[in-house]
Ligand binder design. Structure first.
Ligand code: URA
Ligand code: ZN
Length: 371
């Protein structure tokens, strides 16, 4: 008898209790802000989100137990037919901590998230977090500790690296350790684009510009800088899962490759770069794309760019909850049903490909078994 295909969510976040305590103890971004009595606290994490001139809808988001209570994650999974979740710390991870705090908290957070997985065996796996403000030896030590955490299969990180982006040669020891330990990087945006890009009326549009445009472009620029600086030539086995289907990378990959082929820095007689792997090769070998793109068109582009065997279902829980659900009411989230529908439509009668994207790819690529 064949078993039912598994549904795996690779893009789903949590803040463990010790991280929430830090957010509650702070009064500048990132922090949790208590508002009017009777109203839920607000989670203020994005750059510029704390501007008092902003409309209230652009000033953070309500934070409830779905952000830190792992039982709420399991309830959400059950409601949405998700068998396994690969949980990761939500942004801004440990980026804002000073070097001494970062080292200790990375260990605590990684242990706490691994323990959450242990409490629900078979249902949860994890991406850890790195103490990126600490010296690189400390970061590398934490990477080498990750395989001792039974459920950890990679790390989540943002686009700032050690402070100078992901094309920084100082990151090479980090990439080398991740490659050696077979730990996937889940590359996730947080910083968006400079606010000037969105103009003086940006706050009138809530979070739409930074989330719909800033986030995906931030990811696109970060991974493009990795490609251009030769990270994947130096670390050909490095595995990078890009949030939100790679931003705009699937759509722009052809233009990127063409610009490289027409740039004297990379190509032609005086080229400064001796050899390089093509963007298409990197997409099909090193890059994994989540399917958090909310449209058939986006899922098809992702599958065309990296292969349907490298696209992985995700939800972005607990972000993007339904705006109108009553407290405690069990409803399916539009953000999730839209992504299910997009995968179904993208593959049509190719049921096996849809099943692979919904879970099989994640089980295989992230080794989601415990024996
Ligand atoms: N907003 C965030 O800040 N993070 C996410 O992961 C999704 C939405
Ligand atoms: Zn996310």
């Amino acid at each position: 008898m064949t078993s039912k295909p598994k549904v795996v969510d690779v893009h789903t976040h949590v803040y463990p209790p010790q991280y929430v305590s830090i957010l509650k103890s702070r009064s500048k971004v990132p922090y949790v802000r208590d508002t009017t009595p009777g109203q839920p606290s607000r989670l203020i994490i994005l750059p510029g989100e704390d501007d008092p001139s902003s409309e209230s809808t652009a000033r953070g988001r309500p934070i409830g137990p779905e952000y830190y209570d792992i039982n709420k994650k399991i309830e959400f999974m059950d409601t949405h037919g998700i068998d396994i979740s690969v949980i990761s710390l939500a942004n801004p991870w440990l980026d804002f901590l000073d070097r001494d705090e970062a080292k200790g908290l990375a260990r605590d957070v990684n242990d706490a998230i691994n323990s959450m997985c242990d409490a629900h065996p078979g249902r949860l796996f994890a991406f850890g977090a790195l103490p990126l403000s600490a010296p690189s030896e400390v970061i590398v030590d934490e990477i080498h500790r990750l395989p001792t955490l039974k459920y950890t299969r990679g790390i989540i990180m943002g686009t700032s690296g050690l402070g100078n982006g992901l094309d920084d040669p100082e990151l090479d020891p980090v990439y080398q350790a991740l490659e050696q330990e077979n730990m996937t990087i889940f590359l996730h945006p947080h910083y968006g684009l400079p606010k000037e890009v969105f103009g003086p009326r940006a706050a009138d549009y809530g979070h739409v510009l930074p989330l719909a445009i800033g986030f995906p472009l931030e990811t696109t620029i970060a991974v493009t800088r990795m490609i251009l600086s030769g990270v994947f030539d130096r670390f050909p086995k490095l595995s990078v899962l890009l949030a939100h289907s790679g931003g705009t990378l699937p759509f722009l990959a052809g233009r990127l490759e063409s610009c490289i082929l027409h740039d004297a820095h990379y190509s032609g007689p005086g080229a400064k770069v001796e050899s390089r792997r093509s963007v298409w090769d990197i997409l099909k070998t090193n890059i994994l794309l989540d399917a958090v793109v909310y449209s058939e068109l986006g899922v098809r582009a992702a599958a065309k760019a990296s292969g349907a065997d490298r696209v992985l279902f995700g939800t972005d829980h607990p972000f993007f909850p339904p705006l109108e659900a009553a407290e405690g009411e069990e409803v399916k989230w539009l953000s999730v049903t839209t992504n299910y529908k997009a995968i179904g439509e993208a593959f049509g009668p190719e049921k096996e490909q849809a099943e692979a994207v919904l879970g099989g790819n994640a089980v295989r690529l992230l080794r989601l078994t415990t024996d």
